[in-house]
Design a protein around this ligand. Structure first.
Ligand SMILES: Nc1ncnc2c1ncn2[C@@H]1O[C@H](COP(=O)(O)OP(=O)(O)OP(=O)(O)O)[C@@H](O)[C@H]1O
Ligand SMILES: [Mg+2]
Length: 320
C-alpha cells in the first residue's frame, strides 16, 4: 500500500510519516519509508542522529543505476539514458517487491529505529542552476511506478510541501494520501488546493488534523474539510521531547495519538488497490511529460516506451 503524507509546510508531514512508520514497524508490520521532501528530515524523525542521516546513501545519487536495474530487458527502453522519471514499466521491466533482495534496496535502504528507509537526498550545491529537485524525486516516482506492493505492506512517503507534488504524476501514485492539516486557514487552504487538483484523478485522501488543541480546533477543521477529516492529533509531548533531543520509543506515544495511528492504519487497510487506474495514470503522465519536455530532452518520441499490453499488478507475477 502506497501512502503519501502531504500538506502545508510545517504542518507535520514528516512527524506523522515518522510516527506512522515507527508504529507499524513496532507492530512487526512490513514498512518501507521514503523521504521525497527537499527538506530531508525523515531519517532523523525515525531516530537517526543528524550525523548518521548525513551519511545515508541517497536515491538521487543512484538514479542511473536504479534506471538501469528497472529497465531490465524491456525492449522499448534501449538504455537507462532514455529513461525519464515517468517512464512506465512494461514487459521485460524489473519490478520491485517491498521485501526482497535487490540491488536498489541493497544500495539505498537502511534500517533506522526499526524502520527500513531510503532518502532522496537533498538539493546539493552542485545542483544549483543545472538540475531541478524534481529530477531527484524522480527516483521515488520510478520506484513507485515499478513497485508491486500488496495489502499489509506499507510504503510511507514523506512528500514536499504544498502543491509541489503536482509537478509530476507523483500525487496519483498512492493508494491513500494523508493530508496533514493544522487548524488554520492557510493549512486548510492547502488541503482545498490539494483536493481541487486531485479529485479528478480519483485520489483517495484523508485529513489528519495536527496540533489540534481543543474542541474548537477540531470544529474548525471539520468546518473546512468536512467528512475528509479522519482524526486529530494534539500537541504531543512525545514529539516535543524528540525535538528537544530526548527521543522516546514509540511505545511511549500518548494513547490518544496511538488511537489516531490505529485509525490511519485502518483507513489504509480499508483501501483497495486499483492497478488499472494506477497503470493508466502512469501512462497518461508519461505521455504528458514526454510532450512537455522529455521528448525534446531525450531526442526521441518517448510515447514509444509505453507497452500497451502491460498492466502492473499481482497478475504480472502469475506470468499472464
Ligand atoms: N503533534 C505535534 N506535537 C508537537 N509538535 C509537533 C507536532 N507535529 C509537528 N510538530 C512540530 O512541528 C514542526 C514541524 O513539523 P514537521 O517537520 O513534521 O512538519 P513538515 O510538514 O514535515 O514540515 P516541512 O514542510 O518543513 O517538511 C516540528 O518542529 C515538529 O516537531
Ligand atoms: Mg517535512
Amino acid at each position: 500500500m502506497k501512502i503519501a503524507f502531504v500538506g502545508k509546510g510545517g504542518a507535520g508531514k514528516t512527524t506523522l510519516a515518522a510516527l506512522f512508520s515507527s508504529y507499524l514497524a513496532a507492530q512487526g508490520r512490513t514498512v518501507l519509508a521514503l523521504d521525497a521532501d527537499i527538506n530531508q528530515n525523515l531519517a532523523v524523525a525515525v531516530g537517526a542522529t543528524p550525523e548518521e542521516a548525513a551519511l545515508l546513501p541517497t536515491l538521487g545519487e543512484s538514479l542511473q543505476d536504479i534506471k538501469e536495474y528497472l529497465r531490465g530487458d524491456n525492449p522499448r527502453i534501449a538504455s537507462a539514458s532514455v529513461m525519464v522519471k515517468t517512464t512506465p514499466p512494461g514487459r521485460g521491466s524489473r519490478l520491485l517487491r517491498v521485501v526482497e533482495e535487490n540491488p536498489v534496496w541493497d544500495r539505498c535502504v537502511r534500517q533506522i529505529g526499526g524502520v527500513r528507509l531510503a532518502v532522496t537526498g537533498g538539493f546539493a550545491e552542485t545542483d544549483l542552476g543545472v538540475a531541478c529537485y524534481h529530477s531527484k524525486v524522480g527516483a521515488v516516482e520510478l520506484i513507485l511506478n515499478h513497485l508491486l506492493d500488496g495489502p499489509e505492506e506499507y510504503v510511507v512517503v514523506d512528500m514536499t510541501a504544498g502543491a509541489d507534488a503536482f509537478a509530476s504524476g507523483l500525487f496519483t501514485r498512492f493508494d491513500r494520501t494523508f493530508v496533514v492539516c493544522e487548524p488554520t486557514v492557510r493549512s486548510a487552504g492547502v488541503y482545498r488546493q490539494y483536493v481541487d487538483y486531485a479529485k479528478e484523478y480519483g485520489v483517495a485522501l484523508s485529513v489528519v488534523g495536527n496540533k489540534v488543541s481543543d474542541a474548537m480546533d477540531e470544529a474548525f477543521l471539520r468546518d473546512h474539510v468536512g467528512a475528509d477529516l479522519l482524526a486529530c492529533i494534539g500537541v504531543s509531548r512525545h514529539v516535543r521531547a524528540a525535538e528537544q533531543g530526548h527521543a522516546r520509543p514509540i511505545a511511549d506515544l500518548e494513547p490518544g495519538n496511538v488511537a489516531v495511528l490505529d485509525l490511519m492504519r485502518e483507513a489504509v487497510d480499508g483501501t483497495g488497490q486499483d492497478w488499472h487506474r494506477f497503470t493508466r495514470q502512469a501512462v497518461e503522465f508519461h505521455l504528458r511529460n514526454a510532450e512537455a519536455w522529455a521528448n525534446a530532452k531525450i531526442g526521441q518520441d518517448l510515447a514509444a516506451q509505453v507497452d500497451p499490453e502491460f498492466v502492473l499488478g499481482p497478475a504480472v507475477l502469475s506470468g499472464s
